[in-house]
Structures are given as C-alpha cells and as structure tokens.
Ligand binder design. Structure first.
Ligand code: OVM
Length: 404
C-alpha cells in the first residue's frame, strides 16, 4: 500500500493484483489490507477503483443509477471492448431493459413456485447421501456431495436433456473467469470456449427443454408476450450460467464450515431448521462470488475520492462480508448470528434471483446429512480451485461418523 500524492483527498493506491493465484486462493489478507487502506482504493494494475468496506460496497450495490451494470460487471468495459458473449439480459443490463427479464425470472424462481421441488429434492438428497455413505466413511465431500447434488437436482429442474451435462461446470467456471482480466485462467479455457458456448446456447432452445421445467416456463412467458422470442433463450442461458457453480461452491462452503466447526454441526443436528441460516452464514463467511464490477455513469465522489465517469469500480463482496465494522467476529462461522444483510448474493435490483433455489438445495442436502452423520472432520488439507470470481474448491477430504 502506498500513498498517492496529496490532492483533495489522498486516495490510497495498491499495486496488488487481486486476480493473482496467491490472492484468489487465499483472499483474506488482501481483503484486510484493502479495507484498512481506506473507503476507496485505486488499483494501479488495472486502473480501476476498488471498494472493500461493507458500507461502500453496500452503497454501490444499491445505487444502480450511478453504478451501472450495462457496461459489464467484469473488468472488460463494454463501452470499449467486445463482450466475450452476447451480454446477459439480467446481469449485464440496467433498467428499463433489465426489468422484464427480471420480473419473469423472479416469478419462476420465487419460493411459492419452488414448493413442488421440495419433496423431490429431499428424496434426491437422501438417496445421494445414502449412496455416498455406503461407500465408506471417507470420501471427498466436494465431488461426492457439493458437486454431485446440484448436478442431480438443478439440470432436471431447468428441463435439460440428458446429454452434455458435464459441460455445465466447465462453462460456469469459464463464465466466472471471464469477469476478471485475460490472465492465465482465461487462457486455460480458450481452446474450448467456443464448444462450451455452443453447447449451452443449444440447450436454451425451446426444443431442447422438457415441458415441465424452468426453461419451459421462460418460453411460456414469451408466449404471453412478457419477453420476446429473442430474449427467452438468453434468460435460459442465465440459469445455466449462474445456477450451477455458484451453488456447488456455496454448498462446499457449508461442508467446509461444518467439518471445521463441529459444535455448529451439533447445533444444526439439534435444529435442522437452521439449514437455511447455515447456508446464508456460509455464503457470508466464504462469499462464493467474491467480486463484481460496476461502471460509473457520472463522476461519482465516494468519501472524498472522485471516480471518473465511464470507469470501472471493483466491489469486494467477500471483504465486505468480513468487515469488522459491520460484523462482530467476522471470521467466525457462527449459526447464532443473523447473516441477513450479507452481500454474497449482492443487494439491490441485481440481487441473486436464484437464491431461493440455492437455499432449497442447501436445505435438502444439509437436512439429509444431519439425519445420517453424527460428526465429520477433514482428513487432509482441502484444496481450492483458482477462479477469477469464485471462491472455489477442488477437494474437501472428510471422514464421517455415521449416526446410530
Ligand atoms: C447471467 C449471470 C448472472 C449471474 C452470474 C453469472 C456467470 C451469469 O445472467 O448470465 O455468472
């Protein structure tokens, strides 16, 4: 951290690269340094401003008038750079264009609409947990549970066909890398970007989707005139882009939390109705989506620093979620706290529209586990997976003691 030359306000400058593997794999030290440096920090590597404190991150998230999404929510500025794919109608759009797709998807993914999935997913989770435990007390909780469960639940709920589902996680991984700079992580997937994109786009067609899933409901909204037929497949694409990896790493955050906080696991076993709060607290504590950018629509002054119109602002959701000015003992995973207000799902008009789906998946999996697992512990070092946006996992080796 170095000081900028004294001006109206000396905005702190950092030459850290938040997208370097070192920080992606272990973000907390950088987050602390950025929070302590000031309410706004200039990142000289990328010539952007960054917010890492809860107050400023929250304020930017809810002020879509000054902090737009339509120029992209990654480092790339769509005012000057060609997006890597047709922009999302939800994520990379502002009112009024954002409104109709948002309204349609909100209805489809709202809690009352998800009720029909509750029993199905509970049964799917019971079955998966039984199968995993039959294989013995030691397994990789990341692959066997955190990856496996959403892949059994979500694609069927969308109405995807049986073929090619193995593309979902690689596509999501690529899409979340694409919000960062064009670094090694983006280069690593370049050879299959076109193939993955083509597969996902093909699944968004009406003919590719079953008649009873979220996908069909999006097309039905187009039939009612609530969306155009050009918009419908792009809204389906949002489900496939944002709906799998996020949940996988959110569930992994829960499993990691419980493997390392046995008392909290006992609390959950005694009160399984805490499953949803546990998921939200895990999302606060780990922030599976670490960062998003916005673009200033005018010169905007935050705490004395003026951010020029048309430039990018990087919001550190993960840092805000552990800001000691907002959270007591922020580094503790704690089921007795109220995690509402955490910004891991964002806040404001772009707040995660799939969060009820994710919570239902978490509830199903955690409840199934709570019935069958008395305790669990790590048997080796968990391994992270580097991604420009996701706080992601590769392996979570555990041993469980089955419940009597
Ligand atoms: C989208 C979308 C929304 C949120 C996250 C995301 C890949 C994508 O609408 O496509 O990450």
């Amino acid at each position: 951290m170095t000081e900028a030359p004294a001006r109206a306000v000396a905005t702190p400058v950092s030459d850290a690269d938040p997208f370097a593997h070192e920080h992606l794999l272990n973000p907390d030290p950088l987050h602390q340094a950025l929070r302590e440096a000031g309410p706004v920090v200039r990142l000289s590597r990328y010539d952007v401003h960054a917010l890492a404190r809860y107050e400023q991150v929250h304020a930017a998230l809810v002020d879509w008038q000054h902090f737009e999404s339509g120029s992209g929510v990654g480092l790339a500025n769509f005012r000057h750079e060609e997006p890597w794919r047709v922009p999302s109608l939800l994520l990379e759009a502002d009112p009024p264009l954002h409104d109709a797709p948002r309204r349609v998807l909100r209805e489809i993914l709202a809690p009352p609409a998800l009720r029909r999935l509750r029993d199905t997913w509970a049964a799917t989770a019971d079955e998966l947990v039984d199968q995993v435990l039959e294989g013995g007390p030691e397994f990789d909780a990341f692959t066997a549970l955190a990856e496996a469960f959403p892949l059994r639940a979500f694609p069927d709920a969308v109405g995807l066909g049986p073929d090619g589902r193995e593309n979902l996680l690689p596509y999501g991984n690529m899409a979340f890398n694409a919000f960062g700079p064009r670094n090694d992580l983006v280069a690593a997937d370049a050879h299959r970007a076109a193939a993955l994109g083509a597969w996902v786009n093909a699944q968004c067609a009406r003919e590719a989707l079953t008649a009873d899933g979220f996908g069909a409901e999006i097309w039905a909204a187009a039939d009612r005139g609530e969306l155009t037929y050009v918009q419908a497949p792009l809204v389906v694409r949002s489900l496939l882009s944002a709906g799998v990896d996020t949940t996988v790493h959110g569930l992994a955050a829960c499993l990691y939390a419980f493997a390392t906080h046995p008392q909290e696991w006992q609390r959950l076993r005694e009160r399984p109705e805490l499953a949803r709060v546990a998921f939200d607290e895990a999302v606060r504590w780990q922030s599976p989506v670490q960062t998003f950018f916005r673009t200033a629509t005018t010169d905007v002054t935050i705490a004395g620093t003026t951010i020029p119109e048309g430039t990018k602002i990087l919001m550190f959701l993960g840092a805000a979620n552990r800001d000691p000015d907002r959270w007591s003992e922020p580094d503790r995973f704690d089921l007795t706290r109220d995690p509402s207000g955490q910004v891991g799902f964002g806040m404001g008009i772009h707040q995660c529209i799939g969060q009820h789906v994710a919570r239902l998946e978490a509830e199903a999996l955690l409840t199934a586990l709570a019935r069958r697992v008395e305790s669990f512990e790590l048997t080796g070092a968990p391994r992270r997976h580097a991604n420009n946006t996701l706080r992601a996992w590769e392996s979570l080796p555990v041993r469980v003691r089955p419940a009597a």
